[in-house]
Design a protein around this ligand. Structure first.
Ligand code: NAD
Length: 479
């Protein structure tokens, strides 16, 4: 095993558990396809132990004062910043993104812990005016209880850590199942939490056969809340399970973010920024700019600057300093990209253009690709590519483009570029998304709510709303 990867295991009942007597799966580096680690999978007994531990951890952690919980989370943030370079290598090895992108993910995770630590101290209940003499009416916010959380592989640290930071800030405990494809980097976050002083049984981490583990966890009466980030089909399964067991659930699912570029902007800088944003993490981001609607008057200039920027990107191993775009995170994404390109290549009115720069052999690489299309009836306009394929299409007016942008089931992020106040206002009012960036590609900060509408999920992470998802109001009438 390469020395720079990390020790893999389960963490439950305050104990690290290695591969002895357990089935294991390979963890591979998507840049080389080399096996870099063996991940032990939880037995049913392990999952039961993790659940019992989460119950114990909850009883202990909920009694820690909000000030002390906040201090521990802020200490976790400091440790993550100190360890950012080492953890970034682990992310790049298992997920493929470039080292600067991986470092950025850790630093954003640290910011999230810091925000959650501060927010722990800001939450407060209410004292209601009483309707009768001698009556005191309180609303107190209580932690919901042990949480079952499921993280994705594309942001293997930030996504599960956002859940962890918020639920810990609220006084909850958890059993977390990060993605089996990218397990090591999140374990580093767990180590930072424990080193900072999180009560050991408040955090439990298991890996396994995802549907089996999900069913086991969600069915347990110990679990009081479910949080999932991942694909829409799996989100439906999780929501069905949560419904069957009457558990509240937060779902952050896929997106296919429209980017609407109007004709009153300086189009070349917008196109360059759009290409840079689109190919971050090889396009595998749920809020990535994804469907490009460009006003006819500026369409050709946009396409020229976008493709020039995209096709100049150096694609390679994320560990290589010269690399600007890493591989796809797994071979499944390569198969998905091939299907989308094949569909576009045979669709009427669509053309496919691809970078001709060399890419390394042996890994899950895909060259930056642009699909120019006159119609939305091509797969890559309807289905989230979750990869480095960018469909670009012209539009003629505001009403038409809003109808087209809102036509899909997705409703996570959206972007618009316009100078006209009326245009910006119309987009802000009528684009059906949970997050909207206007004249910017900045869509997510620790203090802002993160979540979608329609098939992109429900419930929110981030911001004051994120912590609220792990709290329940309790009304107390006292005479
Ligand atoms: P997929 O639907 O096959 O999901 C596989 C992933 O989901 C694995 O990581 C697995 O561990 C997990 N999973 C599967 N069944 C599960 C279950 N019952 N309970 C819990 N976890 C389960 O898709 P994929 O090939 O991994 O990814 C493709 C799609 O996933 C993309 O198109 C994108 O829409 C979506 N995705 C979204 C996000 C996001 O941030 N919302 C992140 C990653 C992937």
């Amino acid at each position: 095993m390469p020395a720079q990867y990390t020790a893999l295991g389960l963490y439950l009942d305050g104990e690290w558990i290695g591969s002895r007597d357990r089935d294991c799966v390979d963890v591979t580096n998507p840049a080389t396809s080399a096996v870099i680690g063996q991940l032990p999978l939880a037995t049913p007994d392990d999952v039961d132990r993790a659940l019992a531990s989460a119950q114990q951890g909850f009883e202990a952690w909920r009694t820690v004062s909000a000030w002390d919980r906040g201090a521990v989370l802020k200490r976790t943030a400091e440790l993550l910043r100190e360890r950012a370079d080492a953890i970034a290598r682990v992310i790049t090895l298992e997920e493929g993104k470039t080292l600067p992108e991986a470092r950025g993910e850790i630093l954003r995770t640290a910011d999230t812990f810091e925000w959650s630590g501060e927010e722990a101290r800001h939450r407060c209940g209410r004292l209601l005016p009483s309707g009768a003499p001698g009556v005191r009416q309180l609303v107190v916010e209580e932690p919901v209880g042990p949480v079952a959380a499921f993280g994705p592989w594309n942001f293997p640290v930030l996504s599960p850590a956002r859940k962890l930071a918020e639920l810990l800030a609220a006084g909850c405990s958890c059993v977390i199942k990060p993605a089996e494809e990218t397990p090591g980097s999140f374990l580093e976050v767990v180590r930072a939490c424990l080193d900072a002083g999180v009560t050991e049984r408040a955090v439990n981490v298991v890996f396994g056969d995802p549907p089996v583990v999900a069913e086991h966890l969600i069915a347990s009466p110990i679990i009081r809340k479910v949080s999932f980030t991942g694909s829409i089909p799996v989100g439906r399964e999780i929501a069905a399970l949560a419904g069957r067991h009457l558990k509240p659930v937060s779902l952050e699912l896929g997106g296919h973010a429209p980017v609407i570029v109007f004709d009153d902007v300086d189009v070349v800088p917008v196109a360059i920024a759009a290409a840079r944003a689109k190919f971050r993490n090889a396009g595998q981001i749920c809020v990535v700019p994804s469907r490009f609607f460009v006003h006819r008057k500026v369409h050709d200039r946009f396409v020229e600057a976008f493709t020039k920027t995209a096709f100049a990107l150096r694609v390679g191993d994320g560990l290589d300093e010269a690399t600007e775009m890493g591989p796809l995170a797994n071979a499944r994404r390569v198969v998905a990209m091939a299907a989308l390109v094949e569909d576009a290549a045979t669709a009427v009115g669509a053309t496919v253009q691809t970078s001709d720069r060399d890419v390394p052999q042996g890994g899950s690489f895909w060259r930056p690709t642009v699909v120019l299309t006159q119609s939305d009836d091509v797969c890559v306009m309807r289905e989230e590519p979750f990869g480095p394929i960018a469909p670009i299409t012209p539009f003629s007016d505001l009403r038409e483009v809003l109808t087209r942008a809102n036509a899909l089931g997705y409703g996570l992020a959206g972007y618009a570029f316009a100078r006209s106040f009326e245009t910006r206002r119309a987009v802000a009012d009528r684009l059906a998304v949970g997050m909207l960036a206007i004249n910017s590609f900045e869509i997510s900060t620790p203090e802002s709510p993160f979540g979608g509408v329609k098939d992109s999920g429900h419930g929110t992470e981030g911001g004051i709303e994120g912590l609220a998802a792990y709290l329940v109001p309790k009304y107390v009438n006292e005479r």
